[in-house]
Design a binder for this molecule. Structure first.
Ligand code: C2E
Ligand code: MG
Ligand code: MG
Ligand code: MG
Length: 285
């Protein structure tokens, strides 16, 4: 019960809603300091080649270690960061740190080649001026090659302003970066004009992958996405793969890559490094 209609039809706030507002405000205030106080950290989730079982790269996923509230999920604070514009410095920090980290691993483990890095870009970040210059600077500073960096954007960020998005995507592409659509299938993008965007990878949202082994409709949807991607020269990553049965279905559909708890949860820096050092391959069917 967040709100109640008064008799006159006005919305009357009750304490629950008031508490929530105060909490949000506090979160926002705390978030302003989070970068400087070094409370943010990055976890890395392996992305696996289904055919070989080998790691192809990592997705960088930000975390917030709040001094009083403990670990806060990005699903909670990224929307606040978006709303307040704090996503710009936070996103910049994530890009810089993760590129630095990946470059370090590339140098430490030259036999695993070429490790790639996926970084999420929010809508605001995507449309900020000087995005290319910023990324270019980061790559130059860290020594990471542009072809090893994959930017993940959502359909919503593109659809908000398709013409502007096309121009930004083309510039990023010309710069040598790879472009992914994240959570594919959950937005409203028309499949018909997907080919207008210079996209390299579709990441199928985990809501479709979830029941791929038990629901024939889900299976048909994923099959359609893989076929479409194939025809458009894009590759596919299945998100949220949790079971062997799901993996088996994905392999049947010749989906190229997968990410999910079946292989690994997002790892902290040390765990990810150990994984690379172990040279471990993941299961294949
Ligand atoms: P996303 O980009 O779609 O990332 C995948 C999310 O699915 C991650 O949640 C990951 O931990 C989770 N996941 C991976 N495998 C599985 C699985 O097998 N089962 C289930 N149930 N979940 C799985 P996380 O880390 O909580 O991140 C949530 C969202 O927050 C991300 O979704 C992304 O949209 C956003 N996010 C995270 N880091 C950043 C960032 O640095 N910048 C921006 N703009 N957004 C970020
Ligand atoms: Mg993502
Ligand atoms: Mg996703
Ligand atoms: Mg998501």
């Amino acid at each position: 019960r967040a709100k109640e209609q008064s008799q006159a039809g006005h919305i009357v706030f009750d304490t629950t809603m008031y508490d929530r507002a105060v909490e949000l405000l506090q979160l926002e205030t705390d978030l302003r300091w989070a970068v400087e106080r070094q409370e943010l950290c990055i976890f890395y989730q392996p992305i696996i080649c289904i055919k070989t079982g080998k790691i192809t790269g990592f997705e960088a996923l930000v975390r917030w270690q709040h001094p009083e509230r403990g670990l806060i999920s990005p699903t909670e604070f990224i929307p606040v960061a978006e709303e307040t514009g704090l996503i710009i410095p936070i996103g910049q920090w994530v890009l810089t740190e993760s590129c630095k980290q990946l470059r370090q691993w590339q140098l430490q483990f030259p036999a695993i080649k070429p490790l790639t890095l996926n970084v999420n870009l929010s809508g605001k970040q995507f449309s900020q001026p000087h995005l290319i210059e910023q990324i270019s600077q980061i790559l130059q500073d860290t020594g990471l090659s542009s072809s090893n960096l994959k930017l993940e954007i959502t359909e919503t960020a593109i659809i908000a302003s398709p013409q502007k998005a096309t121009s930004i995507l083309k510039q990023l592409k010309a710069f040598g970066l790879q472009l992914c659509i994240d959570d594919f299938g959950t937005g409203y993008s028309s499949l018909a004009y997907l080919h207008n965007f210079p996209i390299d990878v579709l990441k199928i949202d985990r809501s479709f992958v979830n029941r791929i082994d038990s629901d024939t409709e889900q299976f048909a949807i994923v099959r359609a996405i893989v076929t479409l991607a194939d025809n458009l020269g894009m590759s596919v990553v299945a998100e949220g793969v949790e079971t062997i049965n799901q993996l088996a279905q994905l392999q049947l559909l010749q989906c190229q890559q997968a990410q999910g708890y079946l292989f690994s949860k997002p790892l902290d820096q040390e765990q990810a490094r150990n994984l690379l050092a172990s040279g471990q391959s993941f299961l294949r069917i």
